[in-house]
Design a protein around this ligand. Structure first.
Ligand code: NAD
Ligand code: GLY
Length: 377
């Protein structure tokens, strides 16, 4: 995968990453103060109305600024604030978006803007995919996790009590606008959660990026603008590269789920929102690395290196016990519901060399061993 060098003063200008998907191609704009300027919104589909979807935390922070930037573009500009949290990534919240669209008489040209983190982005995208069989939408991600991952690539959806992101659609946005200034108000725990998805790109695709993250993790934790800008840009470049080759995850795209099989089990098993998605992914990456090591794909030094970095990013590395009676059984049952499972066989994204990932199964007994070791690590 081609690498780029960190940009010296990236927050002073808009950087751009292109997602090449033929007629569904779009661009990601990355920079400071983007919400204030109309430039990033130029060229979006023309419509008489738009609906900004946000939540009760993000709307008070950024809705006014986004509304101001969009006010000249749309005759009717509406907004809806969903309840905040992973536990609300549900049919009920999705219906609030449809309620707003219908109550305001929105037509099939109405543009939806997702202003918030991955929860708002995933739900707004799904609403856009299905309202009147599809209306345009724009991602305006305000968490690090959403800027480096969830706003890009067109995976949209909601959770089901029995499984994470089980109901949804592939539906690409018209544009992604990453205003780095919004990260200033992000709670520290959420910043760490986003770093999990940044770290993910190293082991699966770009060891030079992993080296860079190790050297800059303190700067990232301190929210240094240049470090954040490079982390967002490089992450988006890697994701763009993968999605451009496998939009609907028939193969390669599965590598972006490194750490997610264990992680989704943690999220569902603990109850959505108890562990943040990024926290579960961080711990899940260490568990996946441990499984890779037990399968002889990487050495212990690699596992230790990744675990150290995940810890430095402020993320948990000891997995939670999901069932005191049969912990491994509970993990395995939850992981069998994963979308990557085939005929009940769990598939893991494993590291099989520096910067290289593979999707494969593993014997239950070995997985159980990894779970036991990870819960007391
Ligand atoms: P989130 O959307 O719940 O946001 C985290 C918290 O931060 C929320 O409380 C939110 O209100 C708050 N917040 C958001 N922006 C803020 C800001 N600028 N200042 C202060 N507070 C702010 O969580 P997330 O980590 O952004 O996203 C996680 C979700 O993304 C999960 O549902 C996960 O499944 C999904 N996801 C999707 C993809 C994809 O490809 N579609 C990829 C990764 C994750
Ligand atoms: N976050 C995984 C993917 O977009 O495929």
């Amino acid at each position: 995968m081609p690498t780029t060098n960190p940009t010296p003063n990236p927050s002073s200008s808009v950087q751009r990453v292109d997602i090449d998907l033929g007629e569904r191609s779009y661009r990601i704009d990355i920079g400071g103060a983007l919400l204030d300027g109309p430039e990033c919104f130029a060229g979006l589909p023309v419509a008489s109305s738009a609906l900004i979807v946000s939540n009760t935390t993000v709307a008070p922070l950024y809705l006014e600024r986004l509304s101001k930037a969009l006010s000249g573009r749309y005759k009717q500009l509406h907004a809806v604030a969903l309840p905040d949290g992973e536990a609300y990534k549900t049919w009920e919240s999705l219906n609030l978006i449809f309620d707003a669209l219908l109550a305001h008489g929105c037509d099939r040209k109405t543009v939806l803007f997702a202003l918030g983190g991955g929860v708002v982005g995933d739900m707004t995208g799904f609403a856009a995919a299905s309202y009147m069989r599809g209306v345009p939408f724009v991602q305006v991600p305000t968490t690090l996790l959403a800027q480096v991952d969830s706003s890009v690539g067109g995976k949209t959806g909601i959770n089901h009590p029995l499984g994470k992101n089980m109901i949804g659609a592939f539906y690409q946005p018209q544009r992604v606008i990453c205003d780095l200034d919004t990260l200033k108000t992000l709670p520290p725990r959420e910043l760490s959660a986003g770093l999990a998805e940044v770290i993910k790109y190293g082991p699966i695709a770009d060891m030079a990026f992993l080296d860079w993250i190790e050297a800059n993790v303190d700067a990232l934790m301190a929210r240094e603008p240049a470090a954040l800008a490079y982390a967002v840009k490089r992450s988006c470049e890697i994701k763009a590269h993968v999605v451009g080759r496998d939009e609907r995850e028939s193969g390669l795209r599965a590598i972006l789920n490194f750490g997610h099989t264990f992680g989704h089990a943690i999220e569902a098993g603990m109850g959505y929102g108890v562990w943040l998605h990024g926290e579960a992914v961080g711990c899940g990456m260490v568990m996946s690395a441990r499984l890779s090591q037990r399968l002889g794909l990487v050495d212990q030094a690699f596992v230790d290196r990744l675990q150290r970095l995940v810890e430095r990013a402020g993320l948990p590395v000891v997995a939670p016990v999901l069932d005191a009676g049969d912990n491994a059984g509970r993990y395995l049952a939850l992981m069998r519901v994963d979308k990557k499972s085939e005929a009940g066989e769990i598939k893991f994204v494993l590291i099989d060399g520096p910067g290289r990932a593979v999707l494969r199964g593993a014997p239950d007994a070995l997985v159980a061993e990894v779970i036991a070791a990870s819960c007391r690590a």
